[in-house]
Every structure is written in structure tokens, then in C-alpha cells.
Design a protein around this ligand. Structure first.
Ligand code: F6P
Length: 324
């Protein structure tokens, strides 16, 4: 392998830049050429490549977002699109890819490898933490800190006005942000897609909180929660069924994806970038680098995107005890 392409794809996450930097610097360390690919798979098809050396990634370890930009590509999902992408990589003499992103990114990498036998290694980077084969994806820790910080602030105003707040956090299909940030911020109730609490139990729990002397409450809701109602409908429902609370809603939205990465995410990204390049140099392909038992380990990309739930049952139990 003489030239590695690095790209970011899908929803951005804090720490993406630290991962790019690590890949670029590891290539420089091993005297391999590195090209940055702009806007993910879209950029491969357009041949939007720029050479990157160790100095070109200076001053980005602490920056949110991604200097390589990100996109979700429809055309790359077609065989024609992937053929164009392969031709572009061949023309530029790129002979391996490091793809930084989530399950959509890894899926694209796997299909591409299957069709063209092109070496691909994945680095998990999404605030959702919905990837198997790693306890933490890059960006998750920063997003948790952002959410906890916001909920602390919401708590101030909630308690001043004796209000109940529904706080919606990201997590299209998973409740990792909701569960962890909910426990960290001392939420009274946490609603996640992996568990269906049900509306009756929610009401019962809110009544219980009130009876136990709480004057304000925070309910953290993952956007993909399966209770069947969005936060605004939940507000209406609770207001229609309980008059003890004055209810408000706060949707945290994309602020969860921004900001300077935490030290944990920067270190994780640096470790993963080194391992990704070294794995390619060992002649391996179709692996994702992940953090398991504090060590950087490889998991096949197919396993990483299998879609199993890795919700922490022990933390669920802790949250139940904490919300009594
Ligand atoms: O990156 C994953 C995610 O953060 C989801 O939790 C959320 O539903 C989605 O991105 C939002 O994506 P978009 O930027 O396309 O609105």
C-alpha cells in the first residue's frame, strides 16, 4: 500500500477531525502518501481528492465538525456510482480507504470492497454510539457532556417554576445518549427505543415523583423512542391527564453534534487512526477499529453494523434505582 484515502461520511461528530489528523500523521510516520477525500462517497465519485501531509492537519485536534466535510450519497448506492468511484480512485492511484463514520458509511465500504476487492478499514464516529464492536464511538462522550450541560441548565429553570420538562435528545434508533446523559443529569424518567415504558407507567411514575415531594421533573426522551409519541404529543398527553404539572418541551437537536471534542474523544480518535492505518499496512481489510475492554481491537465491518442492541442493562437498572 502506497497511498491511502481518508474520508468522513454520514452525520458528523466531534472528534472526526482528530481521527483525520491521526490517519494523516500515521501515514506520514510510515512514509505513505495520504489524500483527503472531500464530502465522503460523493467526493470519491467526483475525484475531489487533496494530498495531505503531517502539517496539513495542524490545529484541528480540538475542532468540532469535519474539515473534509461530510455527505450522504444516493448515487454511491448504485453499481454505476461505485464504478465511477473506483475509476477515480484508480486514476489517483489510491489503493486503500479509511472511512470514518457510522453504519451507512461502513455499509458503503463493505459493498465497495466486495465489488472491487478494494481494501477498506472503518473508524466508528457517530454521537449515537450505535455500532457494535466498540464500547464507544468517537463523538459519543462529547455529545453526552453537551447534553448533560444543557439538562443542568434546563433543571435550573424547571425548578424555579416547578415545571416538568420533556427534553428530546438525538438517537434515531438507540437510547445511549438518553440513558447515559439521563443518569448523569439525574433525570426523573428516561425514555429509550430499546424499552417501551408505556404511557400508563410514565404517568404513574410522574404521579409518584410528585407524591414523593418533587416539585419539578426532567424526562429525557430519545428521538427514536418507541412509546409512539413525540415530545410535543407527550406534553399534550401529560397535560390532558395530570394537572399537577406545568409542562414544557426542549428539543436539543443538532447542537449535540457540534463543539470541541472532549479529551476522551480526542485520545480515542488518535488511537483508532493509528490502528486503522497499521491494519491496512498489515494487509487486512473490512475491519473496524474499536475500543473493547480499554484496548483497541478489530471487529469485522459486517459484525459492527449487525444492528444488535448494546444497551447497557446494568445502567438501565441503575437508572431505575436512581429515579425512585
Ligand atoms: O448521526 C446520527 C444522528 O445524530 C441521529 O441521532 C439523528 O437522527 C440524525 O443524525 C440527524 O441527522 P440529520 O443531520 O440528517 O438531520
Amino acid at each position: 500500500i502506497k497511498k491511502i484515502g481518508v474520508m468522513t461520511s454520514g452525520g458528523d461528530a466531534p472528534g472526526m477531525n482528530a481521527a483525520i489528523r491521526s490517519v494523516v500523521r500515521t501515514c506520514a510516520y510510515y512514509n505513505i502518501e495520504c489524500v483527503g477525500i472531500y464530502r465522503g462517497f460523493e467526493g470519491i465519485m467526483e475525484g475531489d481528492f487533496r494530498p495531505m501531509d503531517a502539517r496539513s492537519v495542524k490545529g484541528i485536534v480540538n475542532k468540532g465538525g469535519t474539515v473534509l466535510k461530510s455527505a450522504r450519497s444516493k448515487e454511491f448506492r448504485t453499481p454505476e456510482g461505485r464504478k465511477i468511484a473506483h475509476d477515480q480512485l484508480k486514476n489517483a492511484q489510491v489503493d486503500a480507504l479509511v472511512v470514518i463514520g457510522g453504519d451507512g458509511t461502513f455499509n458503503g465500504g463493505l459493498v465497495f470492497n466486495k465489488e472491487f476487492d478494494f481494501p477498506v478499514i472503518g473508524i466508528p464516529c457517530t454521537i449515537d454510539n450505535d455500532i457494535f464492536g466498540t464500547t464507544h464511538t468517537i463523538g459519543f462522550d462529547t455529545a453526552l457532556n453537551t447534553v448533560v450541560d444543557c439538562i443542568d441548565k434546563i433543571r435550573d429553570t424547571a425548578s424555579s417554576h416547578n415545571r416538568l420538562f420533556f427534553v428530546e435528545v438525538m438517537g434515531r434508533d438507540v437510547g445511549h445518549i438518553a440513558l447515559n446523559a439521563g443518569v448523569g443529569a439525574g433525570a426523573e424518567e428516561i425514555l429509550i427505543p430499546e424499552e417501551n415504558l408505556g404511557l400508563d407507567r410514565l404517568l404513574e411514575s410522574l404521579h409518584r415523583s410528585k407524591r414523593s415531594g418533587k416539585s419539578s421533573s426532567i424526562v429525557v426522551v430519545a428521538e427514536g423512542d418507541k412509546i409512539g409519541k413525540n415530545v410535543f404529543e407527550l406534553k399534550d398527553y401529560v397535560e390532558a391527564n395530570m394537572d399537577e404539572y406545568d409542562v414544557r418541551v426542549s428539543v436539543l437537536g443538532h447542537m449535540q453534534r457540534g463543539g470541541s471534542p472532549s479529551c476522551f474523544d480526542r485520545v480515542l480518535a488518535s488511537r483508532m487512526g493509528v490502528k486503522a492505518v497499521e491494519t491496512l499496512l498489515e494487509g487486512k481489510t473490512n475491519y473496524m477499529v474499536g475500543l473493547l475492554n480499554e484496548k483497541i481491537e478489530l471487529t469485522h465491518l459486517r459484525e459492527a453494523i449487525k444492528g444488535q442492541s448494546k444497551i447497557d442493562r446494568e445502567l438501565l437498572r441503575v437508572s431505575e434505582i436512581m429515579t425512585t
